[in-house]
Design a protein around this ligand. Structure first.
Ligand SMILES: *Cc1c(COP(=O)(O)O)cnc(C)c1O
Length: 412
């Protein structure tokens, strides 16, 4: 994964100039944005792609013979190829544009309704985002399949030996996230994919939280489905990718009916278009798809190895500093994690800490992070979560720590 790219020198001050929002003030203080796991900020290069689209070639795609429509179609299909290359998919039509991770998971889960029987088993990890639990529960209700949970340990890591016990001849689908958004744990997905394949099960990986930090190679992973959202990796909201192996995408029925996804329509019988159009009914988020491509160009120019190394430095620095605060409890200390810190201070409610640090210009997330089962495991209502991106600085970490210390003093 990314071992071919060289680690480049990292000039964070230069990078920050690409993000105008980082210059703004919040409540009278310069903004420190540490909610990157919820959505990442957008560089001017991506904004320029959006303005260029609406200024110069806004048109519907795949339909018109006129020049604007051709241009828009070309740019949209070029974006698909950028995404294909980025994730190293074998074929461009294995890349389906979606409205985001949630949409991609629902497409796959609903497609499996026609392939599952009563008593079939679906494995899900204990670390999942709600978007990766609920669609599968709905699928189980519809088909009589059984949902089984791969348990986690106190460090926030999945217990691999338990997974081995759960896998069996009835296992049809295994799904888990590549990186947990609640704790930052990086799951050993290659090992899990290989183990699941021994039983002929399909594996869907939710890459939403991994994609901003780790360049996944879907062929090397041999994964069956991989889903991401553009907005977590410097792109706009409302657009994402579903990667599916051709053989699986051929097997699954279309998700929605409409324009664009058909070959021929009559009231007697409609035939479906080939991939990827079979899964892309209606007018898509054309501008969003093109901007997604621009976001990948932007991040690749910086380099994912450089990003991961820099962010890891921020994570270690912030973790060490936070631990100096009395009563600090950090949740999720997996040996491999991305730059996410979930924490609580003894006796204090996460919401109160979040509200007070916001008054000092610091944006963090508080709550259950769409992962209530993880919170239940630790028997807490929620955490404060600080998540870092490659445009954050050590000085910002210092301001964050100072703000938490002040908040703790005010609340005690
Ligand atoms: C953000 C996130 C999602 C949901 O992404 P949407 O863009 O809201 O569809 C799913 N899984 C994980 C791990 C996430 O971090």
């Amino acid at each position: 994964m990314g071992q071919h790219t060289q680690v480049k020198a990292f000039d964070v001050e230069k990078i920050r100039k690409d993000f105008p929002i980082l210059n703004r003030e919040v409540n009278g203080y310069p903004l420190v944005y540490l909610d990157n796991a919820a959505t990442a900020q957008t560089p001017v290069q991506v904004m320029d792609a959006i303005v260029d689209y609406y200024s110069n070639y806004n048109a519907n795609i795949h339909r018109g013979v006129h020049s604007l429509s051709q241009e828009a179609t070309d740019k949209y299909e070029q974006a698909r190829i950028k995404i294909q290359k980025h994730f190293n998919a074998e074929k461009a039509h294995e890349i389906i544009f979606t409205s985001g991770t949630t949409h991609g998971i629902n497409m796959v889960a609903s497609g499996f309704a026609s392939l599952l029987k009563e008593g079939d088993e679906i494995l899900v990890s204990a670390l999942e985002h709600h978007s990766n639990i609920v669609p599968w529960q709905m699928l189980c209700e519809k088909t009589g399949a059984i949902l089984k949970v791969i348990p986690m340990n106190q460090n926030g890591e999945l217990i691999y030996s338990e997974l081995e016990k759960l896998l069996g001849d009835r296992t049809r689908v295994v799904f888990l996230n590549h990186v947990s958004n609640a704790l930052g744990t990086v799951n050993p997905i290659k090992k899990i994919i290989d183990a699941a394949h021994e039983f002929g099960a399909a594996v869907l990986i939710d890459g939403a939280q991994a994609a901003p930090h780790i360049k996944a190679d879907v062929q090397e992973l041999d994964v069956d489905f991989y889903v991401v959202s553009a907005h977590k990796m410097c792109g706009p909201t409302g657009v994402g990718m579903l990667y599916g192996k051709e053989e699986w995408l051929e097997k699954l029925p279309p998700y929605q009916g409409g324009g664009e996804m058909i070959a021929t329509v009559s009231f007697e019988k409609t035939t479906y278009a080939g991939l990827p159009h079979k899964f892309e009914a209606g007018t898509p988020n054309i501008c969003g798809g093109i901007a997604f491509g621009a976001a990948l160009d932007y991040m690749n120019a910086i380099g994912f190895d450089a990003i991961a190394e820099y962010e890891h430095g921020l994570l270690e620095y912030a973790t060490a500093k936070l631990k100096e605060i009395e009563g600090m409890k950090i949740y999720g200390e997996a040996s491999e994690k991305t730059a996410v810190i979930s924490f609580n201070v003894e006796g204090l409610h996460p919401y109160d800490i979040g509200t007070l640090v916001d008054k000092m210009g610091i944006a963090v997330r508080t709550g259950h992070h769409c992962a209530q089962p993880v919170m239940e495991f630790y028997k807490i209502p929620g955490t404060v979560r600080a998540s870092f991106a490659f445009y954050n600085t050590t000085e910002e970490v210092d301001r964050f720590i100072e703000a938490v210390k002040k908040a703790v003093m005010m609340l005690q």
